[in-house]
Design a protein around this ligand. Structure first.
Ligand SMILES: C[S@@+](CC[C@H](N)C(=O)[O-])C[C@H]1O[C@@H](n2cnc3c(N)ncnc32)[C@H](O)[C@@H]1O
Length: 449
């Protein structure tokens, strides 16, 4: 249908902005909504991540549009939902993200440590603790008394979040864990998942588990309430976290986690797959591009970023989460162009687009018809074929809209799922797979590759 022929991106964007056409529907039933909240591999909830989609949604498309041994890719992998679910189902999971925190989580999940490796490393770290604890406890006391004073200043809100002993153990682990090492990276990712939350499993109860609250708010709150952090043993909490993570066998398919811009993810994915002697084109992409609104992954994860030695401001400056509509569509067109050479001819591409947002009936500007815009200005000009759009109504309480306070909390949101073919063969495969029944048995009945 809508296929702008103008070669200049700006005119394609202009055209898209003017379109109000309803796209054809594809009848993929949203059965993922009927599954339990934690459906899927126990690595999925390793650490909370803003705007992640449920593993069951990834499964709905992986089951329909890929077979064991196929490459399944996500250029905006976030916490790794698509590649992990793909690897758990015997596919080759490839995840890319520009956020180093997202990359760490994805790598931990799809290039994981075995239970024996993780527990042995934890035992070694714990055994070494008594010999180094005095030094780290002194360091923790000093920082907590004067956070800005040391050689490496620690934000005051980090220092006050923890009991002195917990803080000393965290400083030790932060200094000792080597994030380039597969086993250490797994432990570090597991620690990010227990840094803060409102139960005894977490190392600090100052903030909810979902995201870090504004640093200034945290400092004021702590001062106003005379906050005293609970005494939590990091080794014990981490051991308990490992028990939760290793409730199921490791994912059986291979996984590749890439750090970089989605615009050249296709090229880098092919190189990485070739290097490992694997098929180098994806048969399925399941992804949700950044939302067309300000999601600050650095700012809302400042405590996790500190633990990983990352600068939250640098994370937010690098990511494409704050675009206005027109540059966003240009950005997505570049992403889809870069992906095309990394797709099989019959590949299916599933884009979960946070589309319509209304607040008590009033439409929020720029939020409307984004899926139409993405189709007309980004996908069609790059030669993709439209199979249809599936709707996914998102309950506000389940989404991160609460982040933006009471007003946003009343917003209704409809994610639109654009299902595309890389070619006509992909479009046909998408249409014929849509009505297929999906097996929701978990864990899946699969043989190892
Ligand atoms: C909506 S989230 C994806 C969440 C993911 N589906 C999950 O389940 O965790 C969008 C992701 O895009 C990433 N991102 C933003 N700009 C990017 C870029 N230019 N290249 C690659 N990733 C980017 C963000 O870091 C974020 O993880």
């Amino acid at each position: 249908m809508i296929a702008p022929t103008q070669s200049r991106t700006s005119s394609a964007v202009q055209l898209a902005l003017e379109l109000e056409t309803e796209l054809p529907r594809i009848e993929v039933a949203p059965e993922w909504k009927a599954q339990q909240r934690l459906w899927g591999h126990p690595f999925h909830p390793m650490c909370s991540y803003l705007a992640s989609f449920p593993a069951a949604l990834a499964h709905a498309f992986i089951a329909r549009y890929s077979r064991p041994g196929d490459v399944v890719m996500d250029p905006f992998a976030g916490r790794g939902t698509t590649p992990l679910q793909a690897a758990a189902e015997g596919r080759i999971g490839v995840g890319n993200d520009l956020n180093p925190f997202a990359h760490l989580l994805t790598a931990a999940k799809i290039q994981p440590a075995s239970a024996a490796e993780a527990r042995t490393r934890l035992a070694r770290l714990q055994l070494a603790w008594p010999t180094v604890s005095a030094q780290w406890e002194a360091c923790a006391r000093e920082i907590q008394a004067n956070p800005d004073g040391g050689a490496e200043p620690v934000p005051a809100e980090v220092a006050l979040a923890f009991h002195p002993r917990t803080f000393a153990q965290l400083l030790y682990l932060r200094d000792t864990l080597d994030l380039a090492d597969r086993v250490d990276r797994f432990l570090a990712a597991a620690i990010t998942g227990i840094l803060h939350g409102k139960s005894a499993s977490y190392l600090s109860d100052l903030m909810p588990n979902t995201f870090s609250m504004a640093p200034r708010y945290v400092r004021d709150y702590a001062a106003r309430t005379g906050y005293v952090a609970p005494d939590r043993d990091v080794f014990a909490c981490l051991a308990a976290k490992l028990s939760r993570l290793y409730r199921a066998p490791l994912p059986i398919g291979p996984g590749i986690a890439l750090l970089g811009d989605a615009r050249d993810a296709g090229h880098r994915a092919r190189a990485a797959l070739q290097e490992r002697g694997l098929p180098d084109r994806a048969r399925l992409v399941v992804t949700s591009p950044p939302y067309l609104r300000v999601v600050k992954y650095g700012y809302y994860n400042w405590l996790r970023a500190w633990f990983l030695g990352e600068d939250p401001r640098a994370i937010d400056a690098a990511l494409d989460d704050a675009h206005h509509r027109a540059p966003y569509l240009v950005f997505l067109r570049e992403v889809l162009r870069g992906l095309r050479p990394a797709l099989t001819d019959d590949a299916v591409v599933v884009l979960v687009i946070g589309d319509v947002a209304t607040d008590r009936g009033r439409t929020i500007r720029n939020g409307i018809d984004l899926a139409e815009g993405v189709w007309a200005a980004a996908a069609a000009p790059e030669g993709y074929r439209l199979a249809g759009v599936a709707l996914d109504e998102v309950h506000p309480q389940r989404k991160m809209t609460k982040l933006w306070g009471a007003e946003a909390g009343r917003a209704t949101q409809l994610d639109r799922i654009l299902v595309l073919g890389a070619s006509e063969a992909g479009r046909r495969r998408a249409l014929s797979g849509a009505p297929l029944p999906v097996d929701w048995t978990w864990p899946p009945r699969l043989r190892a590759l």
